[in-house]
Design a protein around this ligand. Structure first.
Ligand code: P6P
Length: 336
């Protein structure tokens, strides 16, 4: 008889982490468990998206001017709901909401953290059954406890993140999160309805053979970026080329693969969109934090992403993220 090895669930893992920090209040662990709960609820709907009338457009567009899929709204409401009714979060920001939402009740005003998230990244892929994801970023508040959170709590540089992570709704559903102590991956075990530790202490391979970029924009990239991309396609003294090109069009899926296998993901600025497409606060900062804790690097082409001082909630940034050696190769081109 095969005895199930004792695989820690997300709840058990976060509680075990608490034991190592006797002074910890447990608020962060509670917040992560809340996120896990919302992710399980979203997962149920994502998995049946083809079966119920949850497909199709919601008939509105979000601040990004993108058509909003029903699942976007559902996911946004699930994450906002568990965080509002939890004990650890004073307010949220979301790709789907024009402005921050301050929960402003006694419990929330005394909560130490705020959370920003993209509730369903890659939602344009929902109808064609390609992996999509949730991305989240957690900060300690800088505003006074006991009072409502403020905008300053949300406009902190990424290097102030306490934790960050993502959920990938793919061939299996995984929740991956990082604190400064490490990156750990939990796979949803449908038999018990729990995220179970499947990828402890994830390390991003220092190099790899995969590069991810939208070649359709190639002639809109600056010359140094085009030169690096060319270097990825041939034996080149600077790069370890030729590499394999993989681009899913769902950042969570592309970066997750590169995190585990090694690789580089790029969403450069273009002539049409000099700041690129991806959002700093709830897409790039969380992945930059995760990749750096796992041993990789993340920049905007000029500086470390985590050092960028945000000025607006939905500001965009060029984004280059991945294996350390590949990022260093890229920088020999960009700094030439
Ligand atoms: P493009 C999905 O809409 C997303 O925000 C990321 O998940 C993905 O990497 C990127 O946009 C794809 O954008 O312009 O290459 O289709």
């Amino acid at each position: 008889m095969i005895v199930n090895r004792n695989i820690l669930t997300l709840d058990e893992f976060t509680i075990q982490q608490l034991r190592e920090f006797p002074k910890a209040t447990g608020e962060l662990s509670s917040l992560l468990r809340d996120i896990g709960l919302a992710a399980k609820r979203v997962n149920v709907e994502v998995n049946k998206a083809g079966l119920v009338d949850i497909l199709g457009d919601y008939g509105t567009t979000n601040i990004q001017g993108e058509e909003v899929k029903k699942l976007d709204i559902y996911a946004n409401n699930q994450f906002m709901g568990v965080l509002k009714h939890g004990i650890s979060c004073a307010g949220i920001a979301s790709e789907e909401l024009d402005d921050i939402v301050i929960f402003d009740d006694d419990v929330s005003n005394n909560s130490k953290y705020i959370c920003m998230f993209d509730p369903l990244d890659g939602s344009g892929n929902i109808d064609v059954n390609i992996s999509i994801g949730t991305i989240f970023s957690i900060y300690r508040r800088v505003s006074e406890l006991g009072k409502p959170a403020t905008k300053e709590d949300f406009l902190q540089p990424g290097n102030k993140q306490v934790a960050a992570g993502y959920v990938i709704y793919g061939s299996s559903t995984m929740l991956v999160y990082a604190t400064r102590r490490g990156v750990n991956g939990f796979t949803l075990d449908q038999s018990i309805g729990e995220f179970s530790l499947s990828h402890p202490n994830i390390q991003c391979p220092p190099s790899g053979k995969i590069y991810s970029v939208n070649h359709g924009n190639f002639f809109q990239y600056e010359e140094k970026v085009r030169s690096y991309i060319n270097g990825c396609q041939k034996k080149d003294k600077h790069t370890g080329g030729p590499y394999t090109q993989r681009y899913i069009g769902s950042m969570v899926a592309d970066v997750h693969r590169n995190l585990l296998k090694g690789g580089i993901f790029m969403y450069p600025g273009t002539t049409d969109k000099p700041n690129g497409k991806l959002r700093l606060l709830y897409e790039c900062n969380p992945f930059a934090f995760i990749i750096e804790v796992a041993g990789g690097k993340a920049t905007n082409g000029k500086q470390r992403i985590l050092d960028v001082l945000p000025t607006e909630l939905h500001q965009r940034t060029p984004f280059f993220v991945g294996s350390k050696d590949m990022m260093n190769e890229l920088e020999t081109y960009l700094n030439a």
